[in-house]
Design a protein around this ligand. Structure first.
Ligand code: TRP
Length: 330
């Protein structure tokens, strides 16, 4: 079986955009590949953060992923596998300063920090972030990495690093990881449907996958349907987004009948919103129940994920042992 690896930062929330864009796909891939999924807490240290909050968010993300159907044996917490950091160092020595300066995510994130404060502290960690990501991927000999288009450049860097390592040490040691761009629904912000659903835009801009029914209904009710910039005869971005949500949830009956109304010029936005809210609540409620069950066994589940991280660590240690040998460490 081919190896799949992906990872997510512990941001504290899992929203519909993350779910439909990534996690749902990760769950499905578990049937056809040997999958390994990480909650990458080392990565979250690259932007300003609070220590207690990081630990809490890491566990939260673990529970969210399990509730979505990620199998515990496929899941690890990155900092429980410190070999990632050792490989990060070794790979950093076959990565050039120049190629890291070309990473657009570094430019975006450092600009974002400087926008808030012109003398903002921009760490080496943020600059070297893509090398750690390459270590995440290469350490498990991943053949495929399901990611969004925004990670394409980082994936290409991972391949370049693998290749340079292999050339420099004269053997085809590292696998060349390929990105897996699966067609996933693009979910937009309900408050500004010209932008991607995102936590960093603020509370109004994302719908938490584990939100309670009232909150989901309120957020859909206040979703922007008309942004005022839609050319005549075209569907507005907000209305499109509500249809996309129906499709993403698999409610094609409601989708098609409301679409027929739209084409007949008889669509009531309130009916579309009601259908979208009902459909989302039907998706979310079982997930909330599973999350509550997991949380009721918090300690046991945490032990289970520590154990799976330890088992996954053995694979990382195997790679590191070979790498240390290849690069000439004693
Ligand atoms: N950089 C990725 C993101 O922001 C997260 C990530 C870290 C990752 N390590 C990874 C994704 C390894 C895929 C593989 O989404």
């Amino acid at each position: 079986m081919k190896n799949v690896l992906s990872a997510i930062q512990p941001t504290g929330d899992l929203h519909l955009g993350n779910y439909f864009g990534a996690v749902q796909n990760w769950v499905r891939l578990q049937d056809s590949y040997k999958c390994t999924y990480g909650v990458v807490d080392y990565h979250s240290m690259t932007m300003p953060y609070d220590a207690a909050q990081l630990r809490e968010n890491t566990w939260k993300m673990v529970f969210y992923l399990l509730a979505c159907g990620i199998k515990p044996e496929n899941l690890f917490i990155q900092s429980l596998v410190p070999e990632h950091v050792e490989l990060n160092w070794i790979l950093g020595c076959v990565t050039s300063y120049g190629e890291l300066t070309r990473m657009t995510q570094f430019k975006d994130k450092s600009d974002q920090l400087r926008e808030k404060d012109k003398d903002a502290f921009v760490s080496l960690g943020l600059f070297a972030y893509p090398v750690l990501q390459a270590a995440d991927i290469l350490i498990y000999r991943a053949d495929y990495v399901p990611v969004g288009k925004d990670q394409e450049q980082h994936l290409e860097l991972s391949r370049n690093i693998a290749q340079r390592f292999n050339n420099q040490f004269g053997q085809e040691y590292f696998v060349h990881p390929e990105p897996l761009f699966t067609e996933t629904p693009k979910i937009l912000s309900p408050a500004d449907p010209n932008r991607k659903m995102s936590k960093s835009l603020g509370e109004k801009h994302y719908i938490n996958l584990f939100a309670d029914e009232d909150r989901v209904r309120k957020q859909i009710k206040s979703a922007v349907t008309d942004t005022g910039d839609t050319p005549a005869g075209e569907m507005s971005a907000g209305v499109k987004n509500l249809f996309e949500l129906l499709r993403a949830c698999g409610n094609m009956d409601a989708h098609n009948s409301l679409m027929a109304d739209y084409q007949a010029g008889a669509l009531r936005y309130s009916a579309l919103k009601e259908a979208a809210a009902d459909t989302l609540v039907a998706l979310i409620n079982p997930l909330r129940e599973r999350l509550a069950d997991l949380q009721a066994n918090e300690k046991a589940i945490q032990e289970q994920v520590r154990a799976s991280s330890a088992a996954i660590r053995q694979r990382a240690q195997q790679t590191l042992g070979e790498v240390r040998e290849i690069v000439g460490l004693v």
